[in-house]
Design a protein around this ligand. Sequence first.
Ligand code: LLP
Length: 431
Amino acid sequence: SASVERVDGGEVSVAGLGVKEIAEEVGTPAYVVDEADFRARAAAFREAFAGWQVYYAGKSFLTRSVARWIREEDLYLDVCSGGELTVALAGGMDPARIGLHGNNKSVDELALALSKGVGRIIVDSLDEIDRIEQLCAANGWRARVMVRVTTGVEAHTHEYIATAHEDQKFGFSITNGQAMVAMVRCHYSEHMDLLGIHSHIGSQIFDTHGFEVAARRTMKLLAQFAAATGTELPELDLGGGFGIAYTHADTPATPDALATSLREIVEHEARGYNIAIPQISIEPGRAISGPTTMALYTVGTVKVVDIDGGQNRVYVSVDGGMSDNIRPALYAAEYSAAVVSRASRAEPVLCRVVGKHCEGGDILVRDVFLPADIAPGDLLAVPASGAYSRAMASNYNMLTKPPVVAVRDGELTTLLRRESLEDLMSLDVGN
Ligand code: LLP
């Protein structure tokens, strides 16, 4: 990320603070966020998509401070549970600038959102529409809603994070007419204001093509709705999913390139269908939070293992693992790693960075070249760990979740403290 550099070719610093000092202060494993970089990425989206609304996807990483940064950078916020909504509100987000997602929102979550007056609820099923209507009728609330639609786009990403093909749980299909049915129901509901429609095609996508197809199909649906009802819906959300570079092999599109191509398509389609250009919003999560953060580990053991063909592989075990980053195990996600506590002139050797969990799939970085003199006590950083790492962390093997600290102008602040064993034991109320 922007302000990670090696001081005098040796130790790495983040935003002016050396990693050894960070490790001394908060221990490892830890996630280290470059606050200025986070804000700059938020601002870059805001500026590239000027006139549109940028909803930061809180699921990628959210704390009270992050909600405050998002508010101060003048973005909007997408949450997908009552828990995320609670953090957003605690961070001072204006409810009107929050959107609530989820394919199975509970009555409590809907009630919290409606009572706080969130700006929009993205509805995902007919059951949910029933629930919202009942809550509104009983409490005198009004719901501002968008209908989540499935555009049929086959996004080129891991199956678990592709969401616009037909055979998956999210949204109402455009193809079979269910989207129109849901839109008509919301539009004529006495308790709802239908703002528009929402499409999210998947995550960690590099190619702008999928977003472009989704934009065309959603614009067409808005035109069909206008023709059927006489109402031009004012809003369209094109979701998130913009990829980032985890390794040098990754080449994501810039916010500017995305904005230019999407703007052109939306304007072109609006002209073609002779409808007004809707207010567009997008929901980047990873592209804002991901690159801003490194996971910092301490090397504990180094083991040379024989592999096929008379070759060796060096297994470098660190003090975290799949409980603080499940992505390699879950999606075969690739990362890079570097020794950051010192420079080394030793030749690079092929290593596998693994965690301390009791299973063989506990791999953080499958193949990476690290200096041959790597040794216990070295600090190892895994960059691009800001999205879906701490957010998806678990307590597998009773490990405590690592802290998240932010560095700004050489000053460290803790966003999330390290969990303690007492925290975990306090949940164990059996005898
Ligand atoms: N909007 C909606 C409706 C979403 O479902 C998501 C992500 C986003 C926005 C933000 O997507 P992003 O810009 O961060 O890619 N755990 C997976 C990613 C799951 C994403 C779920 N939805 C991973 O670690 O890759």
